[in-house]
Design a protein around this ligand. Structure first.
Ligand code: MLT
Length: 246
């Protein structure tokens, strides 16, 4: 089975997703934040493409919260930004969050035609690996996996690619990968052991540092702290299965 890494949410790749398990990665910060929100008791995250769409969706979801960023800063009038630290249990417990981010929620929505869409980041990587092995055993019809990096405004994003590389590395030497998958694995192996420093030097890392968000980077570069596989189902992101809780 082929594992393909795609570098951004640009549309030319989308037809390839139709018969695949798609894993969306936006390390800084959307998928790290969504995993954290669900771990902290958030009921569901609804990805929206724009602040306007988020506001419209809230009309149909009374009691929900609005979250998101533009230029990495909380959108004016929204309840939450896009920092994982905004999504504490006392804020998001039992709530639905409607989230719009520059790249992450766009990538999730772009992947939504695929039969299965999961969300990964460093914080939940090991759970993703376990679930992929389980899915491969269970679903002999699975045609392949696309690791869909959100990128930054359609450009390559180093933190996402490093996370894709860690995932491929953890799946073992037998997996067949495309060229970007091979490159991701090589880059991850070169950066392993100094992930935080490497991510701080990336374009996106420097942007967050300039806004004083170093603790977000450190958190988002921390591996395997949350045993959760978020899945997109009927337009909402929820836990993959109740039997995986706790
Ligand atoms: C995005 O979706 O583009 C990011 O999560 C931006 C950010 O760092 O907040």
């Amino acid at each position: 089975m082929l594992i393909e890494v795609l570098h951004s949410a640009s549309s030319p790749f989308l037809p390839y997703l139709e018969d695949k398990l798609v894993i969306v990665i936006d390390v800084l910060r959307a998928t790290s934040t969504i995993v954290t929100a669900l771990a902290n008791g958030c009921q569901a995250v609804v990805p929206a493409l724009s602040p306007e769409e988020a506001l419209e969706k809230r009309l149909t979801l009374p009691g929900s919260l609005l979250g998101g960023e533009r230029h990495a800063v909380r959108i004016e009038g929204f309840d939450l930004g896009n920092s994982p630290f905004d999504y504490a249990p006392e804020k998001v417990g039992g709530k639905t969050v409607i989230l719009t981010t520059t790249n992450g929620t766009r990538a999730i929505r772009a992947a939504s035609e695929a039969p299965q869409v999961w969300l990964a980041s460093f914080v939940n990587l090991q759970s993703i690996v376990h679930s992929i092995f389980r899915e491969m055993e269970r679903n002999s019809g699975l045609e392949g996996i696309a690791i869909f990096c959100a990128g930054t405004e359609d450009r390559f994003d180093l933190p996402d690619i490093l996370c894709a590389g860690m995932l491929i590395d953890a799946l073992g030497p037998e997996v067949e990968v495309n060229d970007l998958g091979e490159a991701s694995r090589m880059l991850y192996r070169a950066a392993e052991g100094h992930l935080i420093e490497t991510i701080c030097r990336s374009d996106h890392g420097r942007k967050l540092l300039s806004l004083g968000l170093e603790r977000d980077i450190i958190y988002c570069a921390t591996t395997n702290i949350l045993p959760i596989v978020p899945v997109l189902a009927d337009g909402e992101i929820v836990w993959l299965a109740d039997d995986m809780r706790g």
